[in-house]
Ligand binder design. Sequence first.
Ligand code: AMP
Length: 176
Amino acid sequence: MLPNDPAMLLSVVNTYLRDEYDSLAELCYTLSAPRAALEEKLASLGYVYDEAENRFVYREKEEIMNDCLFCKIAAGEIPSKKLYEDELCCAFYDIAPQAPVHFLVIPKAHVASCAEVDGGNSAIVAHLFEVIAKLAKEQGLASYRVVSNVGEQAGQSVPHLHFHVLAGRDMTWPPG
Ligand code: AMP
């Protein structure tokens, strides 16, 4: 039985394809899962089945990755100090930390900023917040700040959705 939630579904299906099945056709046949419905659901997240890789990959991966720093970090093409990674997202330490603890949580799929969150990708954003809560707990952070800058005036310098997680010092409000 495959999960209903698209983000969970992506993770489960790609794990099955990696560990147990040589093709999507084989997986769908063995699990009696309707392939068209499955592909439609994952397409709602922007993921399509890649026959050669035998996994669902983000549709615009190639074109966008060419000029997006965080797409390249997510793909491991540019090194980073990663502290977490799964099918949908990854977290890595900020190269210019603004607090004793400062890491970024990003979707692997390219979303330019919070301004581009919609019904088609909000399941990924919900997942990012689950990951933030999990990582903060694991690191024993009792208090922390989660920030996402949108646009130049707010200070966004990398146009790929990311949540800063900052902790370990007193913080002022309002932010500068
Ligand atoms: P923002 O300015 O809100 O868009 O945040 C972008 C963040 O990415 C900044 O805090 C940068 O220090 C950080 N950053 C830029 N390049 C890298 C990199 N290669 N590895 C890790 N963090 C980076």
